[in-house]
Design a protein around this ligand. Structure first.
Ligand code: CAA
Length: 284
């Protein structure tokens, strides 16, 4: 498989814009898709702010910033991603949404394009089966915030060809990120371990063991985590946290993965974290 030189990203939210940021910074042609111009503009402005932070902290030069921005095009038409070497789906963590995207995009993709999902929990084998190219389908899972976090999880589906895996690994290497390989099990490695910890922190709050700040202070200073688990839940998005817990609970049929009722209630209330201004903390 030839080197990946051009990448399409479906979804200009926090993960999609972060992926576009690092792909363009690594010198690859980048096309960022979302359903409307409002979304793509918002994605671009997140990328600009992220690049500005990196210029300020002297991680990159002003020239690197300009070069990256020049490499990013936006699109609101899914049929325009067909000529790219790799297309990464980074839409919301909902299987039906992802399957619908694959059904729509596949007829317009070049036969050589590798299709990937940034899913943080859903079976790659099952998603691949919704595409027309299970051999050219990969799980490429970035961590949030993408420009800062060094890890990318690579996940093969049952039918993924070795050439697809190698091309994907070469792509992640080009981004300067560290690869870890996970088998295709619910929530893979990082979220299999991280999300039950966050869910347990929510149970700790639910059962009155500690307040939001006590729990976060305990884990920040007692376990040296950069963020407390409730702050991290707000950062990831409580909707995403709940989806991942549901995938673990359904997929592994073990009550230890039962989503905390308080997490369910917050999601039902629309208090899904930093992106809406309210979660365990108030950001308004
Ligand atoms: N773009 C570019 N740079 C960014 C950035 C962004 N979006 N966000 C932060 N940075 C940079 C800052 O500029 C800063 O750079 P310097 O050190 O060079 O100055 C650096 O990152 C640290 O940022 P801050 O000083 O603002 O804040 P901080 O020290 O509190 O770090 C953090 C912020 C990196 C997010 C840190 O709190 C952290 O690591 N938190 C944990 C994040 C985590 O666990 N992520 C994984 C979530 S799980 C996941 O993603 C999987 C999933 O599927 C759900």
């Amino acid at each position: 498989m030839a080197e990946i030189k051009s990448v399409g990203i479906i979804g200009a939210g926090q993960m999609g814009s972060g992926i576009a940021h690092v792909v363009a910074l690594a010198g690859m042609k980048t096309r960022l898709y979302d359903v409307g111009e409002e979304q793509t503009k918002k994605g671009l402005s997140v990328i600009e702010k992220g690049l500005d932070r990196q210029v300020t902290s002297e991680k990159i030069s002003q020239a690197d910033r300009e070069a990256a921005l020049k490499l990013i095009e936006t699109s609101t038409d899914l049929t325009t991603l067909g000529d790219l070497d790799l297309v990464i789906e980074a839409a919301t963590e909902n299987e039906d949404v992802k399957r619908k995207i694959f059904r729509e995009i596949c007829p317009n993709l070049s036969k050589d394009t590798i299709l990937a999902s940034n899913t943080s929990s859903i079976s790659i084998t099952r998603l691949a089966s919704a595409s027309d190219r299970p051999e050219q389908f990969m799980g490429i899972h970035f961590m949030n915030p993408v420009p800062v976090m060094k890890l990318v999880e690579l996940v093969r589906g049952i039918a993924t060809a070795e050439t697809t895996f190698e091309a994907s690994k070469g792509f992640v290497d080009k981004l300067g990120k560290t690869v870890t390989v996970s088998e295709d099990f619910p929530a893979f490695i990082v979220n299999r371990i991280l999300l039950p910890m966050i869910n347990e922190a929510i149970y700790t709050l639910y059962e009155g063991v500690g307040s939001v700040t006590s729990i976060d202070t305990a884990m920040k200073f007692g376990a040296n985590h950069p963020m407390g688990p409730l702050q991290l839940a707000d950062f990831i998005g409580l909707d995403t946290c709940l989806s991942i817990m549901q995938v673990l609970h359904d997929g592994l049929s073990d009550s230890k993965y039962r989503p905390c009722p308080l997490l369910v209630k917050y999601v039902e209330a629309g208090w899904i974290g930093r992106k809406v201004g309210r979660g365990f903390y108030d950001y308004r």
